[in-house]
Design a protein around this ligand. Sequence first.
Ligand SMILES: [Zn+2]
Ligand SMILES: [Zn+2]
Length: 241
Amino acid sequence: MKSPLNLIEPLKGLAFPEVCQVCGDSWAGATDGFACRKCRSNIFKSTPPWCEQCGLPFNGAAGNATICKNCHEADWQFERARSMMSARGLVREVIHRYKYNRHEFFEPLMVQWLFGCGSLFSEKSQCVVPVPLHPLKERDRGFNQAERLAKGVAEHLNLPVKSECLMRFKYTETQTNLSRKERMANMQNAFGGSERMTFSRVLLVDDVMTTGATASACAAALRRAGAQTVDVLTLARGIPV
Ligand SMILES: [Zn+2]
Ligand SMILES: [Zn+2]
């Protein structure tokens, strides 16, 4: 497995001020992902007990429940989903700035955060697929954040990336204010593939999962394309509205 430092190494040569890009106060270089120690401590790692299917942490009294209420009601097309962290604090800010302000110097830090994923999925997954953006959105943004993260994960787990097995046909506006049901309706027939999936167990990667509707629609498309089982890995977990 590759160490986090190896991924950060290529950025070292760039002339970039060695100051924390979050607080602007403290020293932070490329090997720290341009975030100082104090800012890097402002993260909330996902820890059990959590829902066995969607990975949503149970707050306090889980009792004997293994599946959350959301998963009881939904007919998810993925097997299980896990997020490394909660979409709060530094993680939320870094993802936002990476996506919308093109602060790409945060990418090694994000990939580094995903390194714990090996213990969750490495023994079963056979290939990695990023959640695709619609081509128009990708053109506007200049890159697909999920694809970048998927490449980091695939390299870490030594698995192939199969992006061509999943494409986004439908352009959807931001779904932040939609309920799970509305998101699921919105996602219907949004995805499909140009190539058959030849691996049976797929690891789908995205930056954030909120309701699970997008991940489920992607998993359905991958299963139509030939996959048997789809697991989902996201950097962060947003709490559904
Ligand atoms: Zn800082
Ligand atoms: Zn759940």
